[in-house]
Design a protein around this ligand. Structure first.
Ligand SMILES: NCc1[nH]cc(CCC(=O)O)c1CC(=O)O
Length: 303
């Protein structure tokens, strides 16, 4: 068999994730080749992007490369993948989740400042809203770029501290101090590497199933269906985290919040999993019926 062409973005984190997928496939004796996709191949497509359902800013170029058959599979941070995928593209596998949490990282001058007094840099509506619920009145600024860029900006003084996905930090092997924040709740499918493929490539998709983690599949399906049912395309502050406990039950934590953190709805449930029940949708419906509908429309108006 020919080697499997693994498409990835060109950032250090994306390349790490692609290499991890390559390593797992090589362990199963498949040949692989990493194909960094630097810019979009729009020009080769005959239809406009929206008619193909291509929407995600992080995933667009890899979607196009998949549709153009420049790559066989695309490796993503699953949390950056829209819940509705373009025609023909399917999420085939997920790697086992390692570190789902958000953590706080301070610059060297802010080690002794109380949490409530920290000035925070983040461009995530979810992180901002959940932080504000705990510490109203916190000052925020935007920060963008990859992990390394953000750390540099932080040290330059854009703010006292920032919030990261621990999975991203660990993957970059950065030796920096971080703090867990019990009041945060991660983004749906945070910390999970997802592998997308083309639905016509049945042989490659069968191979990919070999490296998928079934518990992570169950949990991320619930989290992503929860998200999809709630938001209908807008980017609201929504957290969701499912895990399978020692009794083989699923524990699900979900939260939606107004942008300023003043109004939140939370859910914390433990249930026996079966594949026939659509838990993500049921959990979301429950939230919607408990005031979530009103809260979502307030959020949408303020975006
Ligand atoms: N939106 C950026 C992004 N997408 C995936 C990760 C890290 C890996 C992950 O959490 O899955 C990050 C960085 C961050 O949120 O700090």
């Amino acid at each position: 068999m020919k080697s499997i062409r693994i498409g990835t973005r060109n950032s250090p984190l994306a390349l790490w994730q692609a290499r991890e997928v390559a390593r797992k496939l090589q362990n199963k004796n498949f040949k692989t080749e990493i194909v960094p996709i630097i810019s979009s191949g729009d020009k080769n497509l005959t239809q406009p992007l929206y008619t193909l359902g291509i929407t995600g800013i992080f995933t667009k170029d890899l979607d196009i490369a998949l549709l153009n058959d420049e790559i066989d599979i695309a490796v993503h941070s699953l949390k950056d993948v829209p819940t509705n995928l373009p025609k023909g593209i399917k999420m085939i596998s997920v790697l086992e989740r390692d570190f789902p949490q958000d953590v706080l990282v301070r610059n060297s001058r802010s080690k002794n400042i109380d949490l409530k007094d920290l000035k925070i840099a983040t461009s995530s509506l979810r992180r901002r809203a959940f932080w504000l619920k705990e510490f109203p009145g916190t000052e925020f600024s935007d920060i963008r770029g990859n992990v390394q860029t953000r750390l540099k900006k932080l040290e330059e003084g854009v703010a006292d501290a920032t919030l990261f996905s621990l999975a991203g930090l660990k993957r970059m092997n950065l030796d920096i101090q971080y703090e867990f924040l019990p009041f945060m709740l991660s983004a749906p499918s945070q910390g999970v590497v997802g592998i997308a493929g083309h639905e016509d490539k049945t042989e490659i998709n069968e191979i990919l199933k070999n490296i998928s983690d079934s518990q992570t599949e169950i949990c991320t399906n619930i989290e992503r269906t929860f998200l999809n049912t709630l938001e209908g395309g807008c980017t609201a502050p929504i957290g969701a985290f499912a895990e399978i406990n020692d009794n083989n039950e699923v524990r699900f934590l979900g939260r939606i919040s107004s942008l300023n953190g003043e109004n939140t709805i939370e859910t914390d449930e433990i249930f026996q999993y079966n594949s026939s029940d659509n838990f993500g949708e049921k959990l979301a419906q429950k939230v919607l019926n408990n005031g979530g509908k009103e809260l979502m429309s307030i959020i949408k108006m303020s975006l």
